[in-house]
Design a protein around this ligand. Structure first.
Ligand code: HEM
Length: 511
């Protein structure tokens, strides 16, 4: 994959790599680089870096070199990987002024048109106003309706559960961001979000596109042998533009017609209209860009985490049974859980924490970037390094989470209550420092209400073949920056006749 490029490009590449390589060496100071696999001249560790699931290789190197900071060199690109909470806190939190930039990925930003990505403080401020821990409570009604609609869709068509999750997540985000009500799966907006995020997921994988390592390759024309990335980028660029423009234009049309329901976009545009702001055009663009970021960042991640929940219930039926027993004891039959019930459902909360930890959906978060030379624990961190917090390694640290690959909600409990002494996976599952996911409060409340509602009413079991034998899922995940489960089969049925009636009663009128 990394080297999906024809041999006719190699001579040009060699020259460019040589240029970048020598430039980097000239800047070297006297401190050693953090440990890491042995580097070859010019190409460094390009051949050591797997094209998939890099986080596991980083984790192995971290153990092999007994260091929570390691260094790899991908043909001149310096990559620093942090594998402990202490290291990410020391760099991403305590030195956030240095470590909060994003990597300028040529493929993503220049070729695919993601130049509107959230980055500036202004974006984050606007985002924070609507999605901080208190403000997200305003979305509870929409989240509740979305969960109830999901239950009914599963009852009607239990086959493709991931499609239902994508629909729930995209629909919810469209609702709160633009006031657009998505009714049917496969509608243009959901499809658009899926396509756009698939592109991002591929384009951001370290090592996947050489043009990210060697930006000068962006000048290679698309007809040139081996320049398939240019053709891919062109297709994705179209999708990116539509993602930015289409839903925003929809909301503006509704505002003009006087029929726009309250949403992030309509409320912010109304506030702008009422203000004496003399940079309205600029500010409107800020709202549009921020909205597209919410839509892009929030849908696939939430759907992937819900897919992980189903995987987890298949892997550990006992956990499902315990969670259902807890809900039954607290709520009794015929009642669906609500947000206020969360405090009385510690086992369900522990299931949620374990989902965020077990197969976390963003295994290397989103890489950060350091633009100046720095040093840490006697090691040199070169300017221009990509700095990765290895979330996967942190959430699979056996000293913190014994038997880390098993799905065990009990690890978060003590005496029937959540144990505050066990590290909450949220501190790493949503990334680090100043760039930590600003949508995390909404993400966890959506996950809670959806998971609890499913557990209250549905049984999730392994599918069976025509002979009645259970089909074991692969438990494999898409190896991208966002890692949802690969397609799998399962059987989801109402727990009882009463449960089916409860679903119908709760969701009637919402569709
Ligand atoms: C389970 C669900 C989710 C997971 C696992 C997740 C994870 C992440 C991670 C790892 C990052 C990068 C942090 C870093 O750079 O260190 C991030 C960024 C971001 N997330 Fe989420 N996220 C989720 C849901 C959401 C939702 C629902 C929204 C919107 C409502 C959202 C909006 C964003 C935005 C806008 C950013 C970019 C922040 C920036 O670059 O400064 N996320 N998320």
């Amino acid at each position: 994959m990394i080297l999906a490029i024809s041999s006719s490009l190699w001579s040009i590449l060699a020259l460019i790599i040589l240029f970048y390589g020598t430039r980097w060496k000239r800047n070297r100071s006297r401190l050693p680089l953090p440990p890491g696999p042995k580097k070859l001249p010019i190409i460094g560790n390009l051949f050591d870096l797997p094209s998939e699931r890099q986080w596991e290789a980083y984790h192995e190197w971290s153990k092999e070199y007994n260091s929570d900071i390691i260094h790899v060199d991908a043909a001149g690109t310096s990559i620093v990987v942090l594998s402990s909470m202490e290291a990410v806190r020391n760099l991403f939190d305590k030195r956030s002024a240095l470590y909060s930039d994003r990597v300028w990925l040529t493929m993503l930003v220049e070729l695919m048109g993601w130049d509107f990505s959230i980055g500036e403080r202004a974006h984050r401020k606007l985002f924070h106003e609507a999605f901080n821990v208190n403000a997200v409570k305003q979305f509870h009604p929409q989240e509740r309706v979305a969960a109830h609609r999901l239950l009914r869709r599963i009852l009607n068509d239990p086959k493709d559960i991931m499609q239902h999750f994508r629909h729930l997540a995209a629909g919810l985000i469209m609702d709160v961001t633009y006031g657009i009500d998505i009714r049917s799966p496969g509608d243009p907006y959901t499809t658009l979000a899926e396509e756009a995020m698939y592109g991002v997921s591929i384009a951001t994988l370290p090592g996947r596109f050489l043009v990210n390592t060697i930006p000068a390759l962006k000048y290679v024309p698309s007809w040139f042998p081996g320049a398939g990335f240019q053709r891919e980028a062109k297709e994705w660029r179209k999708v990116t533009r539509e993602l930015l423009e289409m839903p925003f234009a929809h909301t503006k049309r509704n505002i003009a017609l006087g029929s726009a329901p309250p949403s992030f976009t309509s409320l912010r545009l109304a506030a702008l209209e009422a203000s004496p702001n003399n940079k309205k055009r600029e500010h409107e663009n800020l709202i549009k860009n921020t909205a597209a970021n919410i839509y892009a960042a929030g849908s696939d991640t939430t759907a992937a985490a819900l897919g992980t929940f189903v995987y987890a219930m298949l892997a550990n039926p006992e956990a499902q049974r315990k969670a259902q027993a807890e809900i039954d004891a607290v709520l009794g039959p015929g009642h669906l859980p609500d947000f206020a019930d969360e405090v009385s459902l510690p086992y369900v909360s522990a299931v949620l924490k374990e989902i965020l930890r077990w197969k976390n959906v963003t295994p290397i978060a989103i890489p950060h970037f350091v633009s100046v030379d720095d040093d840490y624990r006697g090691y040199r961190i070169p300017a221009g390094s990509i700095v990765i917090g290895n979330t996967w390694a942190i959430l699979h640290d056996e000293n913190i989470y014994p038997d880390p690959h098993a799905f065990k909600p009990e690890r978060f409990l003590l005496g029937g209550k959540l144990n505050p002494a066990v590290r909450d996976p949220e501190v790493a599952a949503f990334g680090f420092g100043r760039r930590m996911c600003p949508g995390r409060h909404m993400a966890t409340s959506t996950l809670f209400i959806t998971i609890a509602s499913m557990l209250a009413t549905l049984d999730i079991k392994k599918a069976r073949d025509e002979h009645g034998n259970e089909l074991e899922p692969s438990y494999e995940f898409f190896p991208g920056l966002i890692s949802p489960p690969l397609p799998f089969e399962c059987s989801i049925t109402p727990r009882s006749k009463k449960a089916a009636e409860t679903i119908h009663a709760a969701s009637s009128g919402s569709d």
